[in-house]
Design a protein around this ligand. Sequence first.
Ligand SMILES: [Fe+2]
Ligand SMILES: [Fe+2]
Length: 264
Amino acid sequence: MDKPHQMMPDIEILPAHFPIPGMGFLAVNAFVIKAREPVLVDTGMGIESEEFMKALESVIDPRDLRWVWLTHDDADHTGNIQKVLEAAPGARLAANSLAVLRMSTTWPVPMNRVYWLNSGDSISAGDRKLTAVRPPLFDNPTTIGIYDNKSEAFFSADCFGAIIPSPARNADDLTDGDLAQGMIRWESADSPWAHMVDPGVFSKALDRIRQLAPKRIFSAHLPPARGKTGQFLELVAKVPTSTPFVTPNQTALEQILAQMKGGS
Ligand SMILES: [Fe+2]
Ligand SMILES: [Fe+2]
């Protein structure tokens, strides 16, 4: 994991960068919203459990958390969910009902602590309203991003992620070329269904975010971004007509393994 840092006076990022062999890095971020009722957004990767819990504890006493919001039940977002709920007995688990049902096949989700949300539903975190908004691109039907009306930030789950050449602290640290290529590549890989969608219909799906006009985008898979919503929407509008991403096959794996052997 990278060092947590403050993105806004009341919002901290718990960042990590996952290496993608031969391609670069994918950010894997969780966030802490220091609302009157503090919220953890997603729970990091299980592979770095100890580091994640330390990072969380460095920005907030988990016992102060009142909400743990899961944007969806993919493993890179639920990696430490059980540990977090144990450490945060005062927190409710905000998630889509289908995410809870699916997780219940792996571990006993405490149903009395769960809060079910569909896109469009809101919770109050005391000093702000957090509204569930399904982002225009997603890899999981349970996905709910968050629009925070106080910070005017959109926590966009997997959407607006990018495969980037090297770890970065801020989206401004990326060149426009790297950002464009990395975002279209990631979205094409993560939401391959977008290639089946009529670009005109898809553009209408982007209107919800255009109307929200968030000042900041906090993607789980991109360093934090400010003032880039228009640029990001233009980029993702191109995904349906972009070249579909082809996942590496066995030949590629053998090349990667040979390189690793050569380097060791
Ligand atoms: Fe996902
Ligand atoms: Fe993800």
